[in-house]
Ligand binder design. Structure first.
Ligand code: SAH
Length: 371
């Protein structure tokens, strides 16, 4: 077996400089070399150190002795009839997450996961039925963008006409419960010398981890989406149990104070339409009252069923009336057309089979394995 090499993809410039130091590059050349590596990895999409032809063969060999560029493995690719693509990504330890590409006519969004499983257990979300496994590393988060660009043939980073024009952290997991790694990954996605997706085109979705909302705005300038789904605490406690810790009033106050929110950069409130649960006209009116004064739009998401789900999707007429009521209150509230439902790639349908392997079980398996 070849010994595992350290990965370069996922490192910042200073991490790359450390790798160069380990490969014997003298201190005064590290910065320049790190810039070159950064360009190859995040702008050109190089998957092999040996392809980095602006770097001398000797240095490439020295680097490759202990490093690789590094990609996780696509274990499965599924394509929806509507063009949506879902990749099951197998991480180095065997855990799996899903990444979804949602194409539009002249652009497209990549929906990225931030955790294996999720701790939140929202009652209407498929990922919530999966046990919590672990946080993703920055390399595993930004790695999903690299993999998607590989699959779509989108290297080097195009200036115009991008297939992946937007990134949404709306896959598996709660981004604000993996805060440091998410911020590190966002910085790599936004870097203009690399992947170069503007913070204006990146949205982080949270179920409402109130203390991290302000810092996210300060640290990244990313757009904010909030999974609201209910306007009364008793209902939201059921749908999004995190509400018991951070109730609606606190969540709305954090949104009101979100750094950088403006009419040009509105906060998105996500609202899954669940038949008979949260879809009355009284709910719509209360929603408008709650968010009054916040530069916001509301995304009405028809509930996406999954195997074993107990909720129903609201009637079309109910959703139309709900949307209309918000419009009258001055809020844009489009009913989202579900994408990729046929391959379980739509909002709230993602799930992988990864189980948390306890340290004791891992040790047992290792002891039982033939030497
Ligand atoms: N944990 C973060 C990121 C997940 S984003 C968050 O909660 O915001 C995924 C979005 O899909 C969330 O708004 C989630 O509430 C919503 N969702 C979950 N299950 C759904 C379902 N079955 N139908 C429609 N939307 C769902």
């Amino acid at each position: 077996m070849t010994p595992a090499r350290a990965r370069l993809a996922g490192l910042s410039r200073s991490g790359l400089a450390d790798a160069l130091a380990a490969a014997g590059v003298p201190v005064e050349r590290r910065r320049m070399r790190a810039t070159q590596l950064f360009h190859w990895i995040y702008h050109r999409g190089a998957r092999d150190i040996d392809a980095m032809t602006t770097i001398s063969k000797d240095l490439r060999d020295a680097l490759a002795a202990a490093h690789e560029v590094g990609r996780d493995e696509v274990a499965r690719e599924e394509r929806s009839a509507d063009g949506t693509i879902k990749w099951l990504v197998r991480l180095a330890d065997g855990a799996e997450v899903e990444t979804v590409y949602i194409p539009e006519v002249d652009r497209g969004a990549l929906c990225v996961s931030t955790q294996v499983g999720c701790t939140l257990n929202c009652s209407f979300c498929h990922t919530g039925t999966q046990p919590w496994v672990r946080n993703l590393e920055p390399a595993e988060i930004v790695g999903q963008v690299l993999l998607a660009r590989d699959a779509l043939g989108e290297w080097p980073t195009p200036v115009h006409g991008r297939k992946i024009s937007n990134i949404v952290l709306m896959g598996m997991g709660e981004p604000l419960y993996n805060y440091d790694n998410v911020v590190a990954a966002l910085r790599l996605m936004m870097d203009e010398e690399g992947i170069s997706i503007s913070r204006r085109r990146i949205t982080v979705s949270t179920a409402g981890v109130v203390p991290q909302i302000g810092p996210l705005g300060d640290d990244t300038g990313a757009g904010l989406a909030v999974s609201l789904h209910a306007v009364r605490d008793d209902v939201r406690d059921e749908l999004v149990p995190l509400n018991r810790k951070y109730p609606i009033a606190e969540l709305i106050a954090a949104c009101r104070a979100y750094p950088g929110a403006s009419n040009a950069r509105r906060i998105t409130f996500e609202y899954a339409m669940l038949r008979g649960v949260n879809d009355s006209l009284a709910d719509a009116k209360e929603l408008a009252r709650l968010i009054a004064g916040i530069p916001a739009k509301v995304n009405l998401i028809p509930f996406n069923p999954w195997p074993g789900s107990v909720y129903g999707t609201s009637e079309d007429a109910t959703m139309a009336a709900f949307s209309e009521s918000l419009n009258r209150a001055g809020y844009s509230a489009p009913i989202r057309v579900p994408r990729g439902r046929d391959i379980l790639a739509a909002c709230g349908q993602l799930k992988s089979d990864s189980q948390r392997v306890r340290a004791s079980a891992r040790a047992e398996a290792a002891a039982a394995a033939p030497v």
